[in-house]
Design a protein around this ligand. Sequence first.
Ligand SMILES: Cc1cc2nc3c(=O)[nH]c(=O)nc-3n(C[C@H](O)[C@H](O)[C@H](O)COP(=O)(O)OP(=O)(O)OC[C@H]3O[C@@H](n4cnc5c(N)ncnc54)[C@H](O)[C@@H]3O)c2cc1C
Length: 385
Amino acid sequence: MKAIIVGAGVAGLSTYLQLRKVLPSQDSLTIHIYESHRPQGLTPSITPDTSLSKQGDLTDTTAVVGNSIALVPSSIRLLRYIDTRLYDIFKVRGYRNESYTFKTARGHRIAVTSTGDKACPQEYTVSCPRYGLWECLRQVVGNDKIQYRKVVDVDLSGEKPVVKFADGGEEDADLVIGADGVRSVVKKGLFGEDDKRQYAPRYEGFCGVGSFIDVDIPEAITRHKSIVFTFGPTGSFGYCSAAPESQRKLGWWSNWGTPDIPDSNIVNSEEIRRQLRERHGTWKDPVIQYIIENMTTDRVYPIWTTPDLPHWGQRGAVLLGDAAHTLPATSGQGAGQALEDSVTFSLLLSHFLAKVETAGGDLTLKEAIELSSKGLYEIHQQHHF
Ligand SMILES: Cc1cc2nc3c(=O)[nH]c(=O)nc-3n(C[C@H](O)[C@H](O)[C@H](O)COP(=O)(O)OP(=O)(O)OC[C@H]3O[C@@H](n4cnc5c(N)ncnc54)[C@H](O)[C@@H]3O)c2cc1C
């Protein structure tokens, strides 16, 4: 079987690892991964390849939108299930949060709740830079497995799906995995013109900003090993440690409601500071005030989601991760859901492919792929909605 994975983000790379782990007949399995953004350097100066994507686009790619990410215990458990190396390098890269602290803008602490999960008591929520998880995945997959070609179209009208590239090339495969995020080209291939209307990404009426500051981690975090969330009438503000205890990397973010999508997501840092003062300047937490006065960032990200789709795959193409179901960035669940998709889809495909390969098996390859996409969608509908 030949598979093409479009997008080397969380969903694409974890699916690669999982397919390599569970599919039968690895010798006859070919997997190509195509990614539109080439990382230009290693942490912390990772920047997108501007020749492939204009920086000013309101894109949500991992290479462009920085900020912190937190993986909850069930997602950490999935990392271990997918590949123990992934689990090991991610855990030492992040900060082990034992609790969430919730506060009001007036400085009152509302609650401190444990991040622990009865199903995996030894695990806690781990926070790190968003690109940190991505880099861990790239390390385990191997950078040489990723080819930098932007996909512009997926034609599903023929015998096999055909992927078309910005450089004019084309390639067919038995299976095309759309792991290409909120603005998925594979989704457009599946839903055609509808993607412009009914199934197009939706602006949620919220925007966010955030970045990192190299500073001693405040006691508000270290006391309870906490991620701190503060809510007020003008928005929310959060901060966490985004590196192991021995390091000084404070991650922060601010979200606010606005009916208008910004014209550009590149904004002058001083203008962002002015807006932060306007929204949070009277909030009582001194850590928030310190961050506002010392932060630098020039990027605002509008928060997009995808509407419910009637299916996640047909005619040899399947959508995983944000391409299928973008959650608001504020939910802190999107990467975990992408990992769940990778594991679930790969296990289903492995199950149905075994039926194709069994002597006298009654399924064709096409049917096995179709049943796997359908199964993923049905499981998700039952458990998540
Ligand atoms: C600011 C912010 C904070 C977040 N915090 C959390 C959190 O705390 N916890 C959590 O679980 N989730 C969080 N999320 C959500 C999480 O980052 C996403 O859900 C997750 O990255 C989805 O992974 P994905 O692989 O599906 O999509 P992406 O990460 O978007 O990856 C898609 C990949 O496809 C590539 N691509 C796109 N189009 C093409 C094309 N045409 N051709 C080739 N390649 C293409 C992109 O460059 C990208 O590398 C956050 C999101 C944001 C924006």
